[in-house]
Design a protein around this ligand. Structure first.
Ligand SMILES: O=C(O)CCC(=O)C(=O)O
Length: 262
C-alpha cells in the first residue's frame, strides 16, 4: 500500500490521493497506548484459558483453546458486548477519525452506529472474502476506516486492497461471481483472492500495519483480509462514516451483531 501520511495537513492533496487510489494509509495517527488499552479491554472479556497463561490481555496471545463456545460477534460473545460498551464508543468517536473522514468526503460526516469488530485467531481459520462495502448498503457516499487494534504484520492477516478496483464498472464484480464458497450470498465476490485478482485484474496491496495506523477506503474498492498464521490474535475495527445530511440505512443505525445479516 502507498503510505499517504505525508499528506496529513494538506487536505486537498489527501482527498485527491484518496480519489485516485481508492484508499489512504495513514501511519501513527492514533495514540498507540490508547489503542493497546482498547485491545486489552477487549481480551480481558474472554474466559480464563483463551489467552496463554502468564501473558497480558493486550498482547492477545491465543492459548490454542477454542473458547468461547459461541461464534464471534453473536450475543454472549465478548465482541458483541464490547461494541456496545461506553469505552469502545469513546474510542470510535475520537474527533481525529471523524475529521479525517470529513476531509475525504469533503463535508460534515456522521459515524454509523453499526461498528464492526473483527477478531481472527489461528484456530478460527477465517478471514474476510473479497468484497466491496457498497454491496452492504448503508446509505450514500461513505468511507470506511479500517483500524488495527494492535500491530498487524502480514502474517497476522490484515486488510488488503485490490489495486484500482474502485474504477471497475459497477457490474464487473457481479459478472465474475462464479468462484465462491457462499453461492447463496451475492455480496462477497469470492473467497479465492488469487482468482479474484486474475479475473478482475489488479494486484493485492498489503502492508505491515503497526498499532496507531489507520487505512481509509472508499465503498467501491475491492478488499479482503489474509489468514492469521500466528499465535497472536488479530483484532481490528471497521468504522463507517457518511455525509451527515444523508439518511442512514436502518440496518446501520443499530449496533453490530455478527448474525444481524446486514
Ligand atoms: O478486517 C477485515 O477482515 C475486513 C473487514 C471488512 O472489510 C468488512 O467488515 O467489511
Amino acid at each position: 500500500m502507498r503510505d499517504s501520511t505525508e499528506l496529513l495537513g494538506r487536505p486537498r492533496e489527501l482527498r485527491d490521493r484518496y480519489q485516485q487510489d481508492g484508499y489512504v494509509l495513514l501511519r501513527g495517527i492514533l495514540d498507540p497506548v490508547e489503542v493497546m488499552r482498547i485491545r486489552g479491554a477487549y481480551f480481558s472479556l474472554f474466559p480464563e484459558g483463551y489467552l496463554r497463561p502468564g501473558t497480558a490481555p493486550a498482547a492477545g496471545v491465543y492459548s490454542g483453546q477454542t473458547a468461547p463456545a459461541m461464534p464471534h460477534g453473536v450475543a454472549g460473545h465478548p465482541a458483541h458486548t464490547f461494541v456496545r460498551s461506553a469505552e469502545y464508543a469513546r474510542f470510535a468517536e475520537a474527533p481525529r477519525l471523524a475529521e479525517l473522514a470529513e476531509v475525504l468526503l469533503d463535508g460534515p460526516v456522521a459515524l454509523l452506529p453499526r461498528k464492526v469488530l473483527r477478531h481472527f485467531d489461528r484456530e478460527s481459520k477465517q478471514a474476510s472474502r473479497a468484497h466491496v462495502d457498497r454491496a452492504y448498503p448503508s446509505g450514500g457516499d461513505m468511507v470506511t476506516a479500517w483500524i488495527t487494534l494492535g500491530d498487524c504484520p502480514i502474517d497476522r492477516g490484515g486488510v488488503i486492497y485490490l489495486s484500482d478496483s474502485q474504477r471497475l464498472p459497477a457490474e464487473a464484480g457481479d459478472l465474475e461471481r462464479s468462484v465462491t464458497d457462499r453461492p447463496y450470498d451475492p455480496r462477497p465476490i469470492s473467497h479465492d483472492l488469487a482468482w479474484t485478482a486474475r479475473t478482475v485484474g489488479g494486484r493485492w496491496l498489503w502492508t505491515d500495519f503497526r498499532v496507531g495506523d489507520v487505512a481509509l477506503h472508499c465503498p467501491d474498492l475491492i478488499h479482503a483480509s489474509l489468514d492469521n498464521t500466528t499465535d497472536i490474535a488479530r483484532l481490528s475495527t471497521d468504522l463507517r462514516f457518511q455525509r451527515a445530511e444523508e439518511p442512514v440505512d436502518p440496518r446501520w443505525a443499530v449496533p453490530w451483531a455478527a448474525d444481524d445479516g446486514a
